[in-house]
Design a protein around this ligand. Sequence first.
Ligand code: MG
Length: 636
Amino acid sequence: MLKWSIATVSMGGTLEAKLAAAARAGFRAIEIFENDLTFFSGRPADVKAMAQNLGVEIIALQPMRDFEAMPEPQRSRNFERAKRKFDLMQELGTSMLCVCSSVAEEAIDDPARAAADLGALADLAAQRGMRIGYEALAWGRHVKDWMDAWKIVDLADRPNLGIVLDSFHICARKNPLEPIANLRPDRIALVQISDAPNVVMDVISMSRHHRCFPGQGDFPLVDYLDAVVHSGYRGHISLEVFNDQFRGAPATAVARDGMRSLLAAAEKLEAQRERKALPKLNLGSTLPPVAHIDGIEFIEFATSDKESSALLALLDGLGFRRVARHRSKDVDLFRQNDINIVVNREQEGFSHSFYLVHGTSVCALTLRFDNAKQALERANALAATTYFGRVGPGEAVIPAVGGVENSLIYFIDRLPKGRSNWDQDFIFESPPDATGALARIDHLSNVVRRSEFLSWILFYKSVLGFRDEPQVELADPYGAFFSRVIRSDDGAVRIPLNIAEGGSTGVSRFIDSSGGGGIQQIALSTSDLFGFVERARGKGVKFLDIPDNYYDDIEARYDLPPDTLARIRDLKILYDRSSTGEFFHIYTSMFEDRFFFEILERRNYDLFGAANTPIRLAAQTHEQDVALQQKAMFDF
Ligand code: MG
């Protein structure tokens, strides 16, 4: 059985906090990064005691740099340095020292010399009952690839000297993975794992700032693990991630994500082995399978008596009708075809707390599963925070997990035809259905803080079984805008996750005005956008003003029929085209700087109109700037 470990360098905070966070997340092994010891105020023996109390084994001390193939006098000095490290390790209670390939200019390009040095170091370690692991750094002076590190280890041929495999260096250098399967397992000292996005940049910057947990990047880590276990290796798999964002986040959250990423990676590995008809590994971490997501049952707005009138006017303008009232709470259900919007004006409980922090905003969304119980069990197995709300007598208990910025994601079952999830809690008017131009929720855009972006991607992928699409990077008038779409297996639920860089970007303003991230955009689909917009404008709905230049550009780029062009120009509708079809869409004016609706009509088009995002961001910025100027005038 494989054993999970995490390197202290992957987490932020003090060494005490890191050890506690790792233990709390379920890690029973840890690698100590020497800097963490240097900054620690106690003795190494105190760290040993702390780890023992937490039930965590210290499996290695890392790293020893610029050791092998160095000229004199560095060579002699290195052996003195190593002796002091062995003393430290003894006090720390660990038996393995990780040595990474020399990067120093003076390092000699001589594998035999490197093997002799590492062999002599291993002999010294053997006298103390210790072992040496040797790792190729992608930016090593002469040894950059695991195959070269292995040649040296093989040449030195000591029983207590092995190779350290690290997916980051191996995948960044695009080293072959399959030959790893042929290594002797007792000569693999340690296996480290981290992921990274497929971006073009120098490998040292990528290593220091963009390494991430398995599943958050694009490396072929399942193939990597497959080759590792094929070799017969059953030792520790250790997360080693250098990432500024991770170090800035609470260690408990990072350790939880680390464990979550390993469990999800192990599940993928088992699935791959099953496809290859290989025996089950019994990784000791079987997760309840992903439940199929059928769609979004409802979204819930937290609001107050005072603020709700503007929201209700907007919903009315968009064609929603109140179809039911809650039996015991100040909660209404608005409906249009398959779209359910719950408006919660309660003066206590979760929704009210959310309103106090974030203002009128979406506090919950509800996913409909083929098996909600199984979905919840999986969420629990992956350490998602669960929530069971206050309910009145006879009311349904809907379990939920924590979403972005302490919003909730409720889990409910898809019920057979004729049965409803609503009847227990709501009193319906007649008729309970509501028709209109808007058919269904197409997607919801979630703004997340940059420091939490990778964490939420991992959450949606591992806990809910979503898939992600490549990241899109666009211009905002005051900075940059990044978006990555995640979707449920068949695309029934699609959520672009958006982050921004720059103090005044639309996304940053949203984060400021909402007290954090959350659902900023609710996209609803229609099959008749032109007719819908005409009616909604007639009912007083305000849509985002699009500058005329945009339509000149559209006219130049696409040969749209003149009457279509005239109508979209007149109605302020945006247009995009793909290889398969056409896309028409429009945005409502921003509600209190917090959220807006997008109404869209897809004609054989499966994208999100990203080409129009810069114009949308510019128009929203303009709208906000004008509102601020008007406010400033009144303030005088
Ligand atoms: Mg490493």
